[in-house]
Design a protein around this ligand. Structure first.
Ligand SMILES: Nc1ncnc2c1ncn2[C@@H]1O[C@H](COP(=O)(O)OP(=O)(O)O)[C@@H](O)[C@H]1O
Ligand SMILES: [Mg+2]
Length: 227
């Protein structure tokens, strides 16, 4: 599936009632193509996460459009947009995103519980076993997040994003808290997903990421340029 951003901007008021606003994303346009890995880098605070959230249907832009193939994401009502995200998008958010009352495996299985895939329980169970094994966290499946390290939680979030085999994958600094071996493993995995026909968008500071990307963009104060 192709994802297209047309001139998206996001404005936030800084002082309510005042004309003061900041614009972390300014008129950004981009096409993410099926079977490609697109990398975005840039300094902290330059608008990368805001842009990724707009692309992934989590944050409505102040202006501009985002299309998944021909579907205008923000023309959908909340229920339809949520269903579209659950069905087509895998999102690896920046920072920690575990639900703390659920075990590692319950966190990973959650997207299946929230979707029509609920009736494909055995397929999802098999896939979760495969993912946990691949990311070396199978032995931790019954642990609560409080008992896991940053790197283990990160790998859990990656498994959760991939559990329904989404067509489009958004990864926001997915290797931030991983060691060298796991960083390389995640970059290779994202590359393989693109080679298998998925659409991959990766935000990272990791220099080695460039070796795995088809397209490289930089963001600077909300302005996107192709590297
Ligand atoms: N909800 C919000 N309200 C106001 N300002 C925000 C909000 N979210 C992000 N920002 C601001 O937008 C800018 C870009 O943030 P972000 O997209 O997280 O950058 P990056 O991911 O590149 O570090 C920052 O200055 C941040 O403070
Ligand atoms: Mg960020």
């Amino acid at each position: 599936m192709n994802l297209t951003a047309e001139s998206v901007s996001k404005k936030y008021m800084r002082n309510a009632g005042d004309a003061n606003y900041i614009e972390p994303v300014k008129e950004c346009s981009l096409i993410l193509k099926t079977g490609s890995l697109t990398l975005l880098s840039g300094r902290s605070g330059c608008g990368k996460t805001t842009f990724l959230n707009i692309l992934s249907g989590l944050l409505a832009p102040s202006s501009g459009k985002v299309y998944l193939d021909k579907t205008d994401l923000y023309a959908l009502d909340d229920k339809r947009l949520s269903a579209l995200r659950n069905r087509h998008f895998g999102i690896i958010p920046q920072g920690e995103s575990a639900l703390h009352s659920l075990t590692l495996i319950e966190n990973v299985l959650l997207p299946g519980k929230l979707s029509r895939e609920e009736n494909n329980k055995s397929g999802i169970k098999k896939r979760s076993d495969m993912l946990l094994e691949r990311f070396n966290i199978g032995h931790l499946k019954n642990e609560l997040p409080g008992a896991l390290s940053g790197g283990e939680l990160r790998r859990m979030a990656i498994c959760r994003a991939l559990i329904l085999d989404p067509e489009v994958i958004f990864a926001d600094e997915p290797t931030g808290d991983l060691d060298d071996d796991n960083t390389l493993m995640v970059l290779k995995m994202l590359r393989n997903l693109a080679d298998d026909g998925h659409t991959v968008f990766l935000v990272t500071h990791e220099n080695r990421g460039c070796d795995f990307a088809d397209n490289i963009y930089r963001m600077d104060a909300g302005i996107l340029t192709k590297a």
